[in-house]
Design a protein around this ligand. Structure first.
Ligand code: UD1
Length: 433
């Protein structure tokens, strides 16, 4: 069997322009949300990433009619869904499969979905999702790796207070409640840009969702949602990844198709690190010529610094002057990738949720692994600043969430290639036997 890898030869500064794709975390919620809609939904700015492909495959299994209109536009019609059971083999690959529970429950009053997969950051509970569904009147059982949710008498609007600020639970409760009777109030809701995007999508199909983007969301149930057209927002994390990369390598790039407001927390940190950042209406210019400074970072729910940018910032801080302290406060275990960076010469100490990065003069290329999506992006950034070749394996994790990442970095002057090679573990098997 052949496996895909990236080879990165470090040392080039980045120059030029790139376009940011639609937001992964909005797309993976809006696609399942089409289950709630009676009629075709035309969705524009859909990123070409494998998480979207996997979701579309699941939706087809359900009986959704999906047409590819062009490179980034799809039409999904869920009027003839015949199945509310999602197959485990597909579901386990993506975290966002949990949105199918809220959407199927909201529309068909029952859902049977395999427990979700996705990046491994330690324990990823869904108790707040379940609490929301139960408050709305659903009966939820988790057995044999499946979540079964039913609401024979329909769902009824209610107040749900989230004990933890959760992106997934906020969206899932919104999905389950748009067709419920009466009003649902979600308190202590998450405020990420993609939550606002999902609410805007639902409203453009006829829902009544108010307050998305604040910590209180009010959903007044409506009888049906009708088809329409909607364009997904640009990906804040993809833009942030390129911003972090040019801050690390030096250079001057223009990042187009973005919403600068969504990038404020990233812009603030990269400016402290020495990047010079100019914002325009829908683009941002990032350059760095001078020193790379140390900073401290603590990840927090939006509008705090996003946990999904933590690995990329750590990679960019390896060559900074002085010692940086990074505190991961969203996920319990998001530092597994750091051992890979150490193999390239990084000096990083991890103590629980804190990583202490002591700036070094030089990194050297090494074979490394993409443990998960954003950790994979961090390997690319480290590889771009290292002397010599870095070979990144398990790049399928990266392609779950970044569209054409190799082509985009190469267009900025990076020496990066995707290649296929025989699976070394497979070759080693007969030797082990
Ligand atoms: C989403 C993003 C992910 C990002 C994360 C935090 C998607 C598909 N994924 O994940 O990229 O890293 O937000 O910004 O949008 N928690 C509970 N109980 C729950 C739900 C969550 O305890 O029922 C905890 C989690 O363990 C975590 C914290 O809440 O510590 C935040 O998780 P959450 O915001 O739900 O993350 P996801 O929606 O899974």
């Amino acid at each position: 069997m052949l496996v895909e890898k990236y080879s990165v030869c470090g040392g080039n500064r980045l120059y030029g322009e790139i376009n940011i794709s639609g937001a992964k975390n909005a797309a993976v919620a809006i696609i399942p949300a089409t289950v709630l809609v009676d009629g075709p939904c035309r969705i524009e700015n859909v990123p070409k990433i494998s998480d979207v492909t996997a979701l579309l495959t699941i939706m087809r299994e359900f009986g959704a009619n999906i047409k590819l209109i062009n490179d980034s536009t799809i039409e999904i019609d869920c009027s003839k869904i015949r199945n509310t059971k999602a197959p485990y083999e597909l579901i386990r690959k993506i975290r966002a499969s949990y949105y199918l529970i809220g959407a199927l429950l909201g529309r068909y009053r029952c859902a049977e979905v395999g427990m979700p997969g996705g990046c491994d950051f330690g324990v990823r509970p869904i108790d707040q999702h379940v609490k929301g569904f139960e408050s709305l009147g659903a009966k939820v059982d988790i057995k044999n790796g499946f979540i079964h949710a039913t609401a024979e008498n329909g769902l009824k609007g209610t107040n749900v207070y989230l004990d933890i600020v959760s992106v997934g639970a906020t969206i899932n409760i919104m999905l389950a409640s748009v067709l419920a009777s009466g009003q649902t109030i979600i308190e202590n809701a998450a405020k990420e840009p993609h939550i606002v995007d999902v609410a805007n999508f639902l409203n453009s199909m006829g829902a009544d969702v108010k307050g998305a983007g604040t910590d209180v969301i009010k959903v007044r149930g409506v009888p049906t949602l009708k088809g329409g057209s909607y364009a997904i927002i640009p990906d804040q994390i993809e833009a942030g990844t390129f911003m972090a990369a040019v801050t690390a390598t030096g250079g001057d790039i223009l990042i187009k198709n973005i919403i600068p407001k969504h990038l404020e927390c990233i812009t603030a940190k990269l400016s402290e690190m020495g990047a010079i950042i100019e914002e325009f209406d829908d683009s941002i210019r990032v350059r760095r010529d001078g020193a790379l400074n140390r900073v401290n970072i603590k990840t927090l729910p939006y509008p705090g610094f996003p946990t999904d940018m933590q690995p990329q910032l750590v990679a960019a801080l390896i060559l900074a002057n002085g010692t940086s302290i990074v505190t991961e406060s969203v996920w319990e275990n998001r530092y597994r990738y750091i051992d890979e960076l150490k193999r390239m010469g990084a000096k990083i100490q991890v103590d629980g949720k804190v990583a202490i990065i002591e700036g070094v003069q030089k990194l050297t290329g090494a074979p490394v692994r993409a443990w998960d999506l954003r950790a994979g992006a961090a390997m690319i950034i480290a590889g771009l600043t290292a002397h010599g070749y870095t070979e990144i394996e398990d790049v399928l994790h990266i392609e779950r969430g970044y569209e054409n990442i190799v082509e985009k970095f190469a267009s900025l002057g990076a020496d990066i290639k995707r290649f296929e090679c025989p699976d070394e573990e497979e070759i080693a098997e007969p030797l082990k036997a």
